[in-house]
Ligand binder design. Structure first.
Ligand code: SDX
Length: 429
């Protein structure tokens, strides 16, 4: 309930709006009645000051650099939990008991195969198609294969569609990778955990047995956890807006995948590693720092900055630690890319341009270094982000569908176009 109100005075009219509070974080001014009362819209391109929904899933404090999944700090979950347990937490709101976790993991495991016809769907793509182009297409096509879980009004179908997508996204992403390298698809295996199964589907070949390195699997699992959800980011907002029209869940998640692909968002992990490679050596860092500061140069430090974090992205800190561990295990601790990344971070965080704008490394700055060391091409990085984020998108989509206040999202605009004018025949133009 709102305790206080906000007053807006326009000319000789004053309008009052309730101020609502959550459990933590900024209060909001409930302006839903603004247009009806005043005939005015608010104006907030990019939604820098707009809360678009109620949610109880993920909380971010950008000033503190704090990230909570259902109240649990990301650092604790990365250190003590597993991705499959984090999936349960995000979807159902509480940490599972041992029995609940075993049941959930079994349900996911039993849905990891895709419809065999999908193999032919892949064959329609060029071999050099970007994996994200394939994943976007295939996830949307899931509605053509799983008609029995597209009715969003049926809670059972919503649950089955959710489990199917959490289970099948790694298979779909791994198939996109296999297709791009001309190797046969590798079926999922029910005796492997989630991360190991993904690594096996990506790197196993029929010619010999592939043993998953447990340290690499743990690093992979941690990367999944760090990317699982992140409040109302661009792709999650895309999923919510798509879901507000009652579109089927596969179409909504495919919309999220498409949005995530952008280099300003999930595509930044691929762009960040490409940038670090372009810099190449520590002595070239100043040149790129200057370019990032030059308003006439579109170049930005990829993997740096964030709309919400005005402090260090807590995921980047965990990711950096994980990068060191994996590189040490793989015997590439003197990885030149990691050295450039750490030196770039150090120099940038001492430069007034970045300090004044509170630009810190984000989740995408170090993740590519680990994925590259594990053996993934840069083109797979965002597909891995997408499979990790699928559970977050689904949790947010389920929350929206179940929200009694659910309405179709339909923003308005500040119109600067032509006013009414009559059609002119082409003979007179
Ligand atoms: C993700 O929202 C989420 O939660 C996303 C995400 C998730 O988990 O879902 O966290 C994942 O998308 C992380 C962000 C990945 N993107 C990048 O690393 C791309 C590079 N970063 C930027 O493009 C930018 O920082 C954004 C897009 C991330 C945030 O942009 P904002 O909040 O709209 O900020 P802005 O563009 O208005 O920048 C503010 C100022 C500007 O300078 P001034 O006009 O004030 O002089 O900071 C500058 C910008 O030019 N700036 C940068 C910069 N990022 C911002 N300058 C150089 N390099 C950068 N990376």
């Amino acid at each position: 309930m709102s305790e206080t109100t906000a007053k807006l005075t326009l000319g000789d009219e004053t309008y009052e709006f309730p101020v609502l509070s959550g459990t933590v974080g900024p209060d909001v001014i409930d302006i839903r009645s603004l247009y009806a009362k005043s005939g005015l819209f608010t104006y907030d391109p990019g939604f820098t000051s707009t809360a678009a929904c109620d949610s109880a899933i993920t909380y971010i404090d950008g000033d503190k650099g704090e990230l909570l999944y259902r109240g649990y700090p990301i650092e604790q979950l990365a250190a003590k939990s597993s991705y499959i347990e984090v999936c349960y937490l995000l979807l159902y709101g509480e940490l599972p008991s041992k029995a609940e976790l075993a049941d959930f993991e079994n349900r996911v495991t039993r849905h990891t195969m895709v419809h065999e016809q999908m193999h032919y769907f892949y064959r329609g793509f060029r071999r050099d198609a970007h994996p994200m182009a394939i994943v976007t297409g295939v996830v949307g096509a899931m509605a053509a294969f799983y008609h029995d879980s597209t009715d969003i009004s049926d809670p059972m179908q919503r649950e089955i569609a959710s489990i199917r997508m959490v289970a099948k996204l790694p298979t779909i992403a791994a198939m996109a990778y296999k297709y791009s390298v001309g190797q046969p698809f590798v079926y999922p295996r029910n005796d492997l955990d989630y991360a190991s199964n993904f690594l096996h589907m990506c790197f196993a070949v029929p010619a010999e047995e592939y043993k998953v390195d447990p340290v690499v699997a743990k690093a992979m699992d941690r990367i999944f956890t760090l990317h699982a959800d992140h409040e109302q980011n661009a792709s999650t907002s895309t999923v919510r807006l798509s879901g507000s029209s009652d579109a089927n869940p596969f179409a909504c998640i495919a919309a999220g995948v498409a949005c995530l692909w952008g280099p300003a968002h999930g595509g930044a992990n691929e762009a960040a590693l490409n940038m670090l490679r372009e810099i190449g050596t520590v002595d070239r860092i100043p040149e790129f720092i200057e370019r990032a500061k030059d308003k006439n140069d579109p170049f930005r430090l990829m993997g740096f900055g964030h709309r919400v974090y005005k402090n260090y992205d807590p995921r980047a800190a965990v990711m950096q630690e994980s990068a060191r561990e994996v590189l040490e295990l793989l015997g590439v601790e003197n990885n030149p890319t990691l050295q450039v990344a750490q030196e770039l971070e150090k120099i940038a965080l001492e430069d007034p341009y970045f300090v004044e704008r509170k630009l810190y490394p984000n989740v995408d700055f170090y993740s590519g270094i680990i994925l590259d060391a594990i053996g993934f091409p840069t083109s797979m990085f965002t597909a891995i982000f997408a499979l990790s984020r699928t559970v977050g998108w689904i949790a947010q989509w389920k929350e929206m569908i179940g929200d009694p206040q659910k309405k179709i999202g339909r923003p308005r605009q500040l119109y600067h176009g032509a006013t009414t004018r009559d059609y002119v025949d082409i003979a007179q133009r």
